[in-house]
Design a protein around this ligand. Sequence first.
Ligand SMILES: [Cu+2]
Length: 87
Amino acid sequence: MTETEYRIALPQTTLAPGAYTFTARNEGNAPHDLLIKGPGVDSARTEILPGGQEGRVTVTLQPGEYELWCSVGNHRANGMETTITVG
Ligand SMILES: [Cu+2]
C-alpha cells in the first residue's frame, strides 16, 4: 500500500483470512506510519516512515473489519484512514 498526504491507497480492500505482511511505502513528503486494528489485532504498526521509505507489518487476519490509519499528527482526521473487510 502507499501513503501520501493524506491518503492510504490499497491494492484491494477485501482479503481472505490468513497471515499477511503489509508493506507501506511513504510516497509523500511528511512522515507517516501505518496502524492496523481489528479482530485479534490490537497494536500492529510500522515505525514512523520518512518520505520515500517503506515499512512492514505482519498480522493474522480473521473474518471481520479492520481499520488502517496513520497516527502521525492529525493525519487520520485529514483522511489517512481506510478499512479492509476479511471473510
Ligand atoms: Cu500520515
